[in-house]
Ligand binder design. Structure first.
Ligand SMILES: [Zn+2]
Length: 84
């Protein structure tokens, strides 16, 4: 059984399959004939996109926390201004 990886072509962006034994070697895009180095990091596009979604969610969550904190600080400032 041969293990295959997919990677997006840096030139045309289409997915290319290559054998695991070609990892780190020059591979040629079947679509546009561009030659590039097969890299393990991009070998799992599904996982990579999942990670991107996760970090995106974390970013949203953090900015929301920050907004809440700013809002609370504003509320406090208004309260103390009313009291003062
Ligand atoms: Zn290509």
């Amino acid at each position: 059984m041969s293990v295959r990886f997919t990677q997006s072509c840096p030139t045309c962006g289409r997915r290319i399959q290559f054998r695991a034994s070609l990892m780190g070697c020059d591979v040629r895009c079947q679509h546009c004939d561009a030659v590039f180095v097969a890299q393990h990091d991009n070998a799992h596009p599904e996982k990579a996109s999942q990670d991107a979604v996760l970090s995106q969610t974390a970013d949203d969550y953090e900015s929301e926390l920050l907004m809440n904190r700013v809002q609370q600080a504003l509320n406090r400032a208004e309260e103390s201004a009313a009291i003062g």
